[in-house]
Design a protein around this ligand. Structure first.
Ligand code: C2E
Ligand code: CA
Ligand code: CA
Length: 663
């Protein structure tokens, strides 16, 4: 970084000088240092400026209190006493306002660089302006008509506050200007109302002080910023990967810690992706290390382009990258995000020695509630699981990836017991027929409150069951429970049941379904089986066969989380689905993102042409529902209509809904 050299250079031209001064006042460090300064580094510069002020705040407050008392005393035996008392009360309030945010300790440790936001700087500027106005009003109110001694005290105090205040605030020139301009203007105004050489002298003195302190503050602040520039630059370098200029592992860990803090404070979930380039070693061997380095740089650039602005892309090891995805904590949506990353990395790389193409394995860990998990570690474990499935795979971390084998067996035993002791339950989330406003059914969703671990996320339950060979039993239990409950509902309502990818690989599934329908006496057309695209990828012929035999039992088939998968549309349309469920990420985005809105419209048109029913998932607002109604979507599900609820509550929900519709 070039260190504010122009300001100090005697040969500098005035415009360049003014640009630097203005940059300093506006907090534009890139212009001062002659190189790009990112927001984190700018925060550190601000932190250093504020730190100086913070340290002098107690002294400054004491001096202000003392000055206020002196002014009060000098006016005590004059007609100005009541006005002076009001003025002193105002001074007291401003002092309290100033002390609050500045005194609050902000540093985690003395070795860490302090950090301050733009807001903190502007708060200091605002407070300085208030102090400036207070002391600028004093001479206007009290100078004219005051006894000579009191006038002398007023001039001394105003000059003292400009000098002392500016010294304390010198590291933030904008604050010095905010303090001195109203103060000096007020003093000059009051003095110029008087005539005589003493008034002129006093005016000259205060004007000189004013301009001197502003000049001194600018030099001081520039020197301060320059002095710390090299330290901050070193810190920045220590946290970056020199090859790709991305944050390194240390910096990434800090970002994850910050995301975790946001989750604790505001409940904002996040996800961590660990991305491994499958073929880097081959490229190094075939085209040399320089080509390998170039590929890593291109991968870094593509990841940055694909990630959203608020996300953090880092290089954490040789051929491993990591992405922190803020505000994204739904499995299907994160999968879609990972798929976009995969797709962008798969496009060919043209290199001096030839062309290369590659695939990436991705491990994902989703942080949706505070549970003390290390999500970077989980994402690494998920990456290992993805790599175990072959190249170019994505795997989302589940409990089954983390704990030891013995612990997982115990959890599976608990799951088995839970099916029988009532700890495992189904909750039901309503579907709305948009055109008629009546209910069209419910989706059955698993709930397990483990006595020690608390609520377990449904996909985790499924993962444990799949790994421990319990999925058929669990799937049959879910089907049985859901059909038994649905048989008690009005005949117009359907029940939707989710089926895991492993269940779809078993030819016994259609037999289980037929047996459950017979036992519950639920008409087959009222049962809908929901399958995700990912379930269809592994063994497509088998999936097609199982789906067809399911169809033969008379049940309806729905394609879940539509739009987040990776399969070709041609292939999907050739399967015997009756319905698609548009993933909730498109619905939530559709309110503010025109691209998402046009995707939803396109899916609706396509489904109409192919005579498929459509359900829109994740409808959370009246506006989203109105948008879907306007574009002819028949069915909707989401918190706006109702959350998943226990069976008894669902029965009451049906009654109250039909009452509402009748009224
Ligand atoms: P899914 O099939 O996509 O189910 C919808 C999920 O979205 C549910 O989460 C539901 O509570 C949530 N949801 C519904 N409306 C809204 C909304 O308006 N906003 C938001 N933010 N979320 C909404 P849940 O119950 O945690 O289930 C998660 C996933 O677990 C399900 O996703 C499904 O894939 C799986 N799952 C649940 N029960 C079963 C089951 O019995 N068997 C199988 N194989 N999978 C299940
Ligand atoms: Ca579903
Ligand atoms: Ca879904």
């Amino acid at each position: 970084m070039k260190l504010g050299a122009e300001y100090f250079s005697r040969a500098s031209r005035l415009p360049a000088h003014l640009v630097q001064v203005w940059a300093l006042i506006a907090g534009d460090y890139s212009t001062i240092l002659g190189g790009a300064v990112d927001e984190t580094t700018a925060g550190q510069f601000r932190g250093i400026q504020i730190d100086v002020i913070r340290r002098s705040t107690p002294g400054m407050s004491a001096a202000n209190a003392f000055n206020t008392c002196v002014l009060l005393l000098s006016l005590w035996n004059t007609a100005f006493r009541p006005a002076a008392l009001w003025w002193a009360a105002g001074a007291l309030m401003i002092m309290l306002l100033m002390a609050g945010p500045i005194l609050r300790p902000r540093r985690a440790s003395s070795r860490e660089l302090p950090v301050a936001s733009r807001q903190t700087i502007w708060r200091v500027v605002r407070n300085s302006f208030l102090v400036g106005c207070l002391w600028g009003i004093a001479p206007i109110l009290f100078y004219s008509g005051a006894p000579a001694q009191a006038r002398f005290v007023i001039v001394c105090l105003c000059a003292g506050v400009v000098g002392g205040g500016a010294m304390a605030l010198a590291s933030v020139p904008a604050a010095v200007i905010a303090l001195s301009v109203p103060l000096v203007s007020g003093s000059l105004f009051a003095i110029f109302r008087e005539s005589g050489w003493d008034a002129l002298l006093a005016a000259g003195l205060i004007a000189c002080y004013g301009s001197f302190v502003v000049h001194m503050s600018i030099s001081h602040a520039l020197a301060l910023v320059s002095r710390h520039a090299s330290r901050i630059e070193l810190e920045r370098l220590a946290r970056r990967d020199p090859l790709t200029d991305l944050p390194n592992l240390g910096a990434f860990r800090d970002e994850v810690a910050r995301a975790e803090a946001r989750l604790v404070n505001s409940g904002a979930g996040y996800s961590v992706l660990c991305i491994d380039i499958d073929q880097l070693r081959d490229i190094n061997k075939r085209l040399g290390y320089a080509a390998g380095d170039r590929v890593l740089q291109m991968v870094a650039a593509r990841l940055r382009e694909t990630a959203r602005v608020a996300d953090v892309v880092a290089r954490i090891e040789g051929d491993q990258f990591a992405v922190l995805v803020n505000q994204l904590a739904a499995d299907a949506t994160v999968r879609a995000y990972a798929n976009r990353m995969q797709a962008s990395l798969m496009a060919p790389y043209s290199l001096p020695g030839g062309e290369a193409s590659l695939t990436a394995s991705i491990g994902v860990s989703v942080a949706r509630s505070v549970c003390g998990e290390n999500h970077l570690r989980n994402a690494t474990l998920a990456l290992a699981a993805a790599q175990g499935n072959g190249r170019g795979q994505t795997h989302v971390y589940t409990i089954a990836d983390g704990d030891g084998a013995r612990a997982r067996e115990l959890l599976a035993a608990d799951l088995c017991a839970a099916m029988h002791n009532g700890h495992l339950q189904l909750h039901y989330q309503p579907f709305l027929d948009i055109a008629t406003g009546s209910l069209s059914g419910f989706e059955a969703l698993l709930r397990w409150r483990h006595p020690l671990r608390g609520e377990i996320y449904p996909p985790d339950i499924i993962a444990v069951a799949e790994e421990q060979g319990l999925i058929e039993a669990l799937g049959a239990w879910v089907l049985g429970e859901a059909c038994r409950a649905a048989a008690g509902w009005p005949d117009t309502l359907r029940v939707a049941v989710n089926i895991s990818p492993l269940q779809l690989r078993s030819r016994a599934l259609s037999e289980t379904v037929a047996a459950v329908l017979a036992a519950s006496r639920l008409p087959a057309r009222r049962l809908e089986i929901e399958v995700t695209e990912n379930a269809l990828i592994a063994d497509q012929d088998l999936a097609r066969h199982v789906l067809s035999s399911l169809r033969d039992t008379g049940v309806q088939l729905a394609l879940d989380d539509f739009g987040t998968g990776f399969s070709s549309l041609n292939y999907l349309w050739s399967l015997p689905f009756d319905r698609i469920k548009i993933d909730r990420s498109f619905i939530s985005e559709s309110s503010h993102n025109p691209d998402a809105a046009s995707i939803v419209r396109a899916i609706l048109t396509l489904a109409r042409d192919l005579r498929l029913d459509v359900t829109a998932e994740g409808v959370e607002t009246a506006r989203q529902l109105a948008f879907l109604r306007e574009h002819g979507c028949a069915d909707a599900q989401g918190y706006y209509i109702g959350k998943a609820m226990p069976e008894t509550e669902a029965a009451r929900f049906v009654e109250s809904w039909s009452g509402r519709a009748a009224a």
